[in-house]
Write a protein that binds this ligand. Structure first.
Ligand code: MOS
Length: 708
């Protein structure tokens, strides 16, 4: 760690008890030793006697019907015990809806013969070993009646519509204000299809144990997955237990996915434990991804840069079987004042896999377009990009009119500008040369909404003086388990070493998923409430019985009573790039992110999250894009050889830090830090490339062939 992290510990103004001191001090991961010694088992690694191995077979056509699954030859292959498909698989509950109350066909596998995209699950081959299962799966012949498909996304396709789930925001008269503007930017931007590649692929082992369906899974919320499996298999929710103690990354991709449903199906049919692990290739169609976007931004301003008109429109795709909207046009709704505002995302269904959440869904591509357009406006107005943002700083929510719970965007820019050396910047583009490299710097703003979700927790005082916390939290590698340990330690006024943090077991009850940057905030609240009650009970005196004394919490009411405000994290991103004018290669030399993201619980892992997000932004700016083949409807290069993202050599001097920003609407002052690191990072790099070369790049990624 080369971090120069300032530990800005602050007591939340609403804190009911004094801070004990664990929160805000760097702490290594409580499960770190178990992870590096291999003692920590991930979902696919749990050994069960009689474990069978399932291998999914995915469709090779983009639209049509399954005519035949030729199981017989495969069933005769060594070790094969079953081939499940739409004709013989258990019937799932046809009324199934996912956690959002929407029917989601991706979880309802093997129920019909229709194929809506390349990579749709058509069969599961189960064998005694993974190798036998894979060989048989690859040998399985599936015949299709193919139908014409359409997989190519572009702006303005027939069929694009304004989804009810993502309403437009509107204020004032846009055309009047644009006409009255001295300076107008009107530009189109695009971002490509981007894919989830967490280190640990999706994996699940399912088995029946004394009348209960037990699943060890890699997911972002075990209670959610348990409830969805219960619905799918028409079981009592208490008859399903899902655990996911260690998860190697998720970032929106690890909900209820076909691997866990397939494992549960096979375990039911065979009455033995079955493991299903997805390959990288399979992940490209089965776990969600970021839709490509086509965006248009129109900004109208007075000569001094004050915005009169703000217009952000985006289009994205979804599948034909589920509506998911990458709400890119919404990023700016809380960002800048303007007399008129319009923002809306539209969506077009194509014969492609269903996209889904991927770190900062909406904000990541939306911030690229809007924060690039702001840079273009600054250039046209002859203003420094930071001064332009300061000029349009709103007093209340620009569209909502609601007060901000706290807004430290300018504090981030001030701190960042000073540490980055922004004051010395020559605003002219294309004038700094170092050999064959052109050099430039850029900046962009960042934001992410702050939300809380109801959760439950149980805290037990043990007779030996330790405490056990039980909560269905999920640590997807972010350090959440450690953060919650520090929260519990302070709430109980004991050292973190006396806390036993048990997480990710659906039997612990309902809790928020690790998502929406809401996990730690929502879980910490529940732990805090339970710990406070336990302290009160312990203060009454008396001994602790062998089973301990347990206090439980449910934050549903408290969270529901939260005052309506514009509640956001903010950040300022800075980048320095070098552009090789002979090869078109862009190298990022330096990145700095300064964030106002609530109280920072563990500076060590928080820095890792911010930096990780910024690396993701770098990757988005320069490397990542999935290619879909018009003829087959499938991906070209759907693997880590064909899909490029940042590796160590691409990652330069990156630093992340933060300003003091406790949230008064949270008992611990937390806001959430999961996603904001990626937001604005790609725009800062694109703006730096403009500064280096004088050329605007409005289409990501900024590949060498686009630079030349
Ligand atoms: Mo995140 S996209 O909420 O896992």
């Amino acid at each position: 760690m080369t971090g120069t992290t300032t530990t800005t510990t602050t007591t939340a103004t609403t804190a009911a008890t004094a801070t004990f001191g664990a929160v805000g001090a760097a702490h290594t991961r409580v499960e770190g030793v178990a992870k590096v010694t291999g003692a920590a088992r991930y979902a696919g690694e749990v050994p069960y006697p009689e474990l069978a191995h399932g291998w999914l077979v995915l469709s090779t056509v983009a639209r049509g019907r399954i005519r035949a699954v030729e199981s017989a030859p495969v069933l005769a292959m060594p070790g094969v015990v079953a081939v499940l498909h739409h004709e013989n698989a258990p019937r799932l509950n046809g009324d199934y809806t996912n956690a959002f109350g929407v029917p989601d066909p991706i979880a309802q596998i093997f129920q019909h013969d229709r194929v809506p995209f390349v990579g749709w699950p058509v069969a599961l081959v189960v064998a005694e070993t993974p190798e036998q299962a894979r060989e048989a799966a690859e040998a399985l012949v599936v015949e299709y009646d193919e139908e014409p498909h359409d997989v190519v996304f572009a702006a303005g396709l027939p069929g694009v519509y304004a989804p009810e789930s993502a309403p437009a925001a509107q204020k004032g008269d846009l055309e009047v204000e644009l006409a009255a503007s001295a300076v107008v930017v009107d530009a189109e931007y695009s971002t490509p299809e981007e894919h989830h590649n967490p280190m640990e692929p999706h994996a699940a082992i399912a088995r029946w144990d004394g009348g209960r369906l037990e699943v060890v899974d890699s997911n972002q919320g075990s209670r959610f997955v348990a409830d969805e499996l219960a619905k799918l298999f028409s079981l009592d929710p208490q008859s399903v237990r899902v655990r996911s103690e260690h998860v190697g990354g998720g970032f929106g991709s690890k909900g209820t996915r076909p691997h866990s449903v397939a494992a549960a199906m096979a375990a039911t049919v065979l009455q033995r434990p079955v493991r299903v692990v997805l390959t990288r290739r399979q992940m490209f169609s089965l776990v969600g991804y970021r839709s490509p976007t086509a965006q248009r931004v129109r900004l109208g301003a007075d000569a001094d840069g004050r915005l009169r008109a703000f217009d952000h429109r985006a289009e994205c795709l979804t599948s034909t079987v589920y509506e998911f909207v990458e709400r890119a046009a919404e990023f700016g709704r809380a960002m800048y004042d303007s007399d008129a505002h319009y923002s809306q995302t539209r969506v077009v269904p194509l014969d492609v896999p269903t996209p889904s959440w991927m770190r900062a869904p909406g904000e990541a591509p939306g911030s690229f377009a809007l924060e690039s357009a702001l840079d273009e406006l600054a250039e046209k107005c002859g203003l420094d990009p930071i001064a332009l943002r300061a000029r349009n700083e709103p007093a209340v929510g620009p569209v909502s009119g609601l007060p901000f719970s706290g807004r430290n965007l300018l504090a981030c820019f001030e701190e960042g500008a000073s540490r980055f050396g922004w004051a010395d910047r020559d605003p002219r583009p294309g004038v700094r040369r170092e050999g064959r490299w052109l050099l430039g710097t850029g900046t962009a703003a960042s934001t992410f909404p702050v939300l809380s979700a109801p959760s439950t927790a149980a805290v037990t005082a043990e007779p030996d003086g330790t405490f056990t916390v039980r909560i269905t939290a999920s640590d997807i590698g972010t350090g959440a388990r450690t953060a919650l340990t520090l929260i519990a330690a302070d709430a109980l006024e004991v050292a973190p070493e006396r806390i036993r943090m048990r997480i990710a077991d659906s039997d612990f009850g309902f809790a928020m998923i690790a998502g929406g940057s809401m996990g730690t905030r929502s879980w910490a609240w529940a732990i805090r409430v339970a710990a406070d009650e336990l302290r009160e009970r312990l203060a009454l005196g008396g001994g602790i019985p062998p089973e301990g004394i347990t206090a439980r919490s449910d934050t549903s009411q408290a969270v529901g009573a939260l005052e309506q405000k514009e509640r956001h994290s903010f950040g300022a991103q800075f980048a320095e790039v070098a552009v090789d004018v002979t090869s078109g290669e862009v190298r990022v030399r330096r990145m700095l992110g300064i964030f106002a993201a609530g109280r920072i619980v563990n500076p060590l892992t928080a820095r890792g999250q911010f930096v990780g997000g910024m690396v993701w932004g770098l990757s988005m700016a320069l490397h990542e894009e999935a290619h879909r083949d018009r003829a087959s409807g499938g991906h070209v290069g759907a693997d880590l050889a064909g899909y490029h993202f940042s590796a160590h050599a691409d990652v330069p001097d990156i630093e992340a830090d933060w300003v003091d920003d406790p949230d008064p609407g949270d008992p611990v002052g937390i806001k959430g830090i999961g996603e904001i690191g990626v937001v604005g990072a790609a725009a800062a790099i694109a703006n730096a490339v403009w500064h280096a070369t004088g050329v605007r790049h409005r289409n990501l990624p900024i590949r060498p062939d686009r630079v030349l």
